[in-house]
Design a protein around this ligand. Structure first.
Ligand SMILES: *Cc1c(COP(=O)(O)O)cnc(C)c1O
Length: 216
């Protein structure tokens, strides 16, 4: 794996309006720095403690995104530095982020995670829950909900993936009419980011295509 070349390739290939989040979970600081050398500055992690450790040791111009499922009691560790929290799937979590942001004198940007996969095992809000959470979030002054995040079903059925991304884009467009702060639609991973971009994504989260397969 040539991480630097992989990163360069992706950065060159992407349309200008699409932001790349390099998903560095389980990868070492050395590997992250190889991607950094290619110009990448946005990295995504799915565990708060791991992200916090990496933030402490790596260059300070890196933007850290939390892309995983977050437990409320972990929010305090990342509140001082996290740039964007993708996986917000409850009002309880939004309130905790708001509280910890206030303590740190910050306003933290969040995305609501929508359950777009037809299988019921994935995390995320239903469309209705998403609309409700957004309404409740209006009174929270230390968070900004900047958009939506979703993960398609892991399948070879491209039509199904397209339908799931289409559904998320429709919800996004509908909500963006009312919410002027909406600007991010986070969808697409190594296996499906091309479809996601064709369907209107402007933020992709790519791990294995940059860093190689993960051995958990
Ligand atoms: C791991 C992960 C990714 C990246 O997955 P790859 O298939 O390696 O690109 C993207 N989004 C989320 C939420 C993840 O947990």
């Amino acid at each position: 794996m040539n991480i630097k070349e992989n990163t360069k390739y992706l950065l060159n290939e992407l349309p200008i309006e699409v932001q790349l989040v390099a998903v560095s979970k389980t990868k070492s600081n050395k590997e992250i720095l190889e991607s950094y050398e290619a110009g990448q500055r946005v990295f995504g992690e799915n565990k708060v403690q791991e992200m916090t450790r990496k933030h402490e040791l790596l260059p300070k111009d890196i933007e850290w995104h939390m892309i995983g499922h977050v437990q409320s009691n972990k929010v305090k560790y990342m509140a001082p530095f996290v740039t964007l929290i993708h996986g917000v799937d409850s009002l309880k979590l939004l309130k905790e982020i708001n509280k910890q942001a206030l303590k740190n004198n910050r306003v933290i940007s969040c995305l609501l995670q929508v359950n777009i996969a037809k299988e019921s095992t994935k995390f995320g809000l239903s469309n209705m829950e998403c609309i409700e959470a957004l309404r409740a979030a209006e009174s929270l002054e230390n968070i900004i909900v900047k958009g939506l995040m979703g993960m398609a079903t892991y399948t070879d059925d491209l039509t199904q993936i397209e339908q799931e991304f289409d559904g998320l884009k429709q919800l996004y467009d509908q909500l963006a009419k009312k919410h002027s702060k909406f600007e991010i639609l986070s969808m697409g991973m190594s296996g499906d980011y091309k479809i996601a971009i064709a369907k209107g994504s402007n933020m992709i989260r790519v791990g294995s295509k940059i860093f190689g397969e993960r051995n958990y």
